[in-house]
Design a protein around this ligand. Sequence first.
Ligand code: PLP
Length: 389
Amino acid sequence: MTTSSQPYIKFAGPIITPEMAAEVNETLLSGWITSGPQVAAFEKALSVYHAGRPARVFTSATAAMEVAFQICGIGPGDEVITSAMTFFSVGNMIEKVGAKTVFVDCDLHTRNIDIAQVKAAITPRTKAIVPTHFAGLPCDMDALLDIARTHRLRIIEDAALAIGSSWHGQKIGASGDIATFSFHPNKNMTTIEGGAAIFADEAEAKRAQVLRFHGITKLADGTRDVDVAGGKFNMSDVSARLGLRQLEMLDAWNVHRRELASVYFKLLTPIARDSSMHIVLPASAHTGEEDGHSWNMFCVLLDFDALGFSRKAFIDAMHAKGVGIGISYEAMHLSTLFRAKGHQPGEFPNAERIARQTVTLPLHAGMTDIDVAHVVSRMMSAFGDLFPR
Ligand SMILES: Cc1ncc(COP(=O)(O)O)c(C=O)c1O
């Protein structure tokens, strides 16, 4: 297939319609652009979406997680268990509040946290578990909540990639403890930058509201007080207005993402069966939970050592053929930050293999089935160009 006449297929990206842009413009010109009525309306809509649980919005999922840790009283002397295969922000926030990051490995196929290793990592200092719902595929929340109950731990779900995902038919965030979401443009809905936390407890949601805005509370005489060193993480009304309209589209977009993922499976499964292609496809879903995955990303493993070319060469070749490719993620324990704390290669083999071999193929709601077919055919063409002769 010739590809030169086809438009570039980005690996991720938002849909912003002219109507959405017009509404955002209206807010921009309304005379009130920082946190105000649009933030209140967006939080209400997010709460309705998550079975009536209290929602608070932030400038990012990273900010939401930092505030969640503060609410849970996580700090120096505490340990927080998380997967070595997640985005840097998780480890960063654990360290930033002064706690110790305790890594465990992930499953090679779901890329979600290894539950047996979580159990083995618990010590008297463990305060919380942070599971990431990788690419939108829910972790086993029954097992994690069971562990939390038994050991009296908090669970802060890193649902950055999982807005609209569900576990046993309930939206991620609608059950459990605290869940944090990202609205970065590569996520299933966007507020440009932004994030949210959904709480089980109304009092904690109210505390989050204080912590996200300098720790300020208003006194009866109209003056203000600060009883905790809060941050500055409040979302603007401009972003919230976009979020409101994006949320209305989310379920339909997620249905479309699932369709696109199923086209990838249809086209790639026969190719992956050929062992000379050295491709491992992602886990589609837990048995019986097919509709719970919101497919933020379609990540495959390519064994570049066996293929005889580098990931960089593959990504460059795909780029030249008009296809964007991402990498999600590096193994967090091998970052300079955590190597300096004594971590080294060999500790978490699945996370390390994923870090070496992963590529993220394009998947976003603006794509068509034909785009998916183009990605797969250009991938095969890149393999043909790159295979050592
Ligand atoms: C798994 C995961 N967690 C957390 C985050 C942080 O999200 P944000 O950029 O909104 O802070 C990201 C961002 O990409 C992510 O991929």
